[in-house]
Design a protein around this ligand. Structure first.
Ligand code: HEC
Length: 135
């Protein structure tokens, strides 16, 4: 009896694990993601992390996507998506572009989910800055 219960429990766990693997698509292919904006880095780019990226993230994203924001205060923002540092932003650049950026292929207004929200111009700047490698 004990053995068969354990077996059932294991089977249920294994099924749940398999389901989790197949039901969780890679971040970039998520149904909720917008378009890759195809923005390019302007040759005369002046945007830097200090002049643009940091204040942009502070104003529009860090209230949910920060290492210092925990639990319910994140409003559901994934724990692995924090934009506190330039390196974090660079490694998630494609996702950021697809959720909040704007460029030739389109404008993504999925993020942020609440006000204040960036202007169209700021979204254009975001995608260009990311295309420059978020210097
Ligand atoms: C009010 C809280 C909140 C704010 C502010 C916010 N987000 Fe989010 N973010 C979420 C939630 C909740 C999710 C998970 C739901 C989803 O993926 O659509 C999410 C998901 C994301 C994802 C996708 C993660 C994945 O798994 O693919 C990205 C990228 C993202 N946010 C970027 C941003 C950017 C960039 C900003 C600022 C312009 C921002 N968010 C502002 C709550 C927020």
């Amino acid at each position: 009896m004990t053995i068969s219960l354990t077996g059932t429990g294991f089977a249920a766990l294994a099924t749940a694990a398999l389901f989790a693997v197949f039901a969780t698509p890679a971040c970039g292919s998520q149904a909720g993601a917008g378009v890759a904006t195809t923005a390019t880095c302007p040759p005369n780019n002046t945007l830097t992390y200090a002049s643009f990226g940091e204040p942009f993230m502070k104003t529009y994203c860090l209230r949910c996507h920060s290492e210092s924001v925990k639990g319910a205060a994140r409003n559901g923002a994934p724990d692995d998506h924090n934009f506190d540092k330039a390196d974090d932003i660079r490694s998630l650049a494609e996702h950021i572009d697809q959720y909040a950026g704007s460029g030739p292929a389109g404008t993504n207004e999925i993020m942020p989910t609440t006000d204040p929200k960036p202007t169209w111009h700021e979204r254009q700047q975001l995608s260009q800055w990311l295309a420059c490698g978020a210097p």
